[in-house]
Design a protein around this ligand. Structure first.
Ligand code: PLP
Length: 373
């Protein structure tokens, strides 16, 4: 087992940034309930207010537009229920937390690169008069493919529809500007950008109406009842501030893809012809199941993931690749490599070396055997 472990699964969860860790420890020590009027409560309130400004600054929102939640899943559920739309239209590549929140949603197809079909969206919007909520993600968790949110908003506005954008994978990696995009609701998650898991936010454009999904105290401007997770929120704020310039890992990702494709010309990068996040690569190793790759790379000291790992950790066939028209046999050989704030050139070299070893041992030899037979 190599001495150091290389973690390249930041889209699953990015390690806690030191600034987030420090902010959390300090807040845990201080304690307090932000709703209390005494000194301890006021201190906790000021920590939440600071984090709200930090998170708002990350996406160009007003602090009062930020509603803290327990994560991206809750932010998505709150938007999809709280917008009170009778009709929801969501892309085929949305995260399960969107798809399952509204199983009745109509599906916008995507092209071979995973980009939403705008003409199809336009037809769908024109097809019925009922008020619609359009939900399209900023960037895909498996492929990193970016969606044309500005165009989605333009079409939706023309049809009088609202827009929700799941920016859980985009924020802190690429520039996200809520008002520039013109969306009504945008979801964020702290642990995808180096904050703690279990905290996120829904940003609600001023003037947009949101019906809360629970009753209780009047926290979060009466939009999300429940005593705030102050330490988590402090960590989220610190991570958001540290992530404000995005990730500068595009050269590393490109080096990875160029090296693997040169070594195994039969491998493929999914979504390669679309605009993508600079940190994500969804790449196949011909003939080698993704699960075998993930386990072998793990033994070699490199952590990556296979398709969409669900909560049980079981690897499922990727619905994202299927929506892109990728054949199951090819999709099943795709792994996701996702870089983050602490990724280095050495990390990528370790992955390249381990991936090549595996390909020589399993993939290449299988191909040769099949050719010889
Ligand atoms: N949306 C996307 C695109 C995601 O990738 C994820 C997590 O993988 C979520 C939502 C859910 O976020 P959370 O883990 O904070 O609930």
């Amino acid at each position: 087992m190599p001495a150091t472990y290389v973690y390249l699964d930041h889209n699953a969860s990015s390690p806690l940034r030191p600034a987030a860790f420090d902010a959390m420890v300090e807040t845990l020590r201080a304690g307090g309930n932000p709703s209390s009027v005494h000194r301890s409560g006021r201190r906790a309130r000021s920590i939440v207010d600071k984090a709200r400004r930090q998170v708002a600054a990350l996406i160009g929102a007003l602090p009062a537009e930020v509603v803290f939640t327990s994560g991206g899943t809750e932010a998505n559920a709150l938007a999809l229920a709280g917008a009170q739309a009778t009709r929801v239209i969501a892309s085929a590549v949305e995260h399960d937390s969107v798809r399952r929140a509204r199983p009745d949603a109509e599906t916008i197809p995507v092209d071979g690169n995973g980009v939403v079909d705008l003409a199809a969206l336009e037809r769908m919007l024109a097809a019925a008069a009922a008020p619609a909520l359009v939900s399209v993600m900023f960037a895909n968790n498996e492929t990193g493919v970016l969606q044309p949110i500005g165009e989605v908003v333009r079409l939706a506005r023309g049809a009088g529809a609202l827009v929700h954008c799941d920016a859980v994978q985009g924020a802190g990696k690429a520039p996200v500007d809520v008002h520039g995009l013109g969306v009504d609701f945008i979801s964020l998650s702290a642990h995808k950008l180096g904050g703690p898991a279990g905290v996120g936010a829904l940003c609600v454009r001023s003037g947009a109406s949101l019906v809360p999904d629970r009753r209780g105290g009047g926290q979060e401007f009466n939009r999300r009842a429940g005593t705030e997770n102050v330490a988590g929120i402090a960590g989220f704020g610190a991570a958001a501030e540290a992530a404000v310039d995005g990730l500068a890992v595009g050269a590393l990702r490109d080096h990875l893809e160029t090296s693997l494709l040169a070594f195994a010309p039969g491998s493929k990068v999914f979504g390669a012809e679309a605009l993508r996040l600079s940190n994500t690569s969804c790449i196949s190793m011909p003939g080698v199941p993704a699960e075998t790759q993930v386990m072998s790379l793990d033994l070699a000291g490199v952590g990556v993931s296979a398709g969409a790992a669900c909560s049980s950790g079981k690897v499922q066939r990727s619905a994202v690749l299927a929506a892109m028209g990728v054949a199951a046999a090819e999709g099943d050989t795709a792994i996701r490599v996702s870089l983050g704030w602490n990724s280095s050139f050495e990390d990528i070299e370790r992955l390249i070396a381990a991936w090549r070893d595996l390909y020589i041992r399993v993939g290449y030899s299988d191909i040769k055997r099949a050719q010889a037979a």
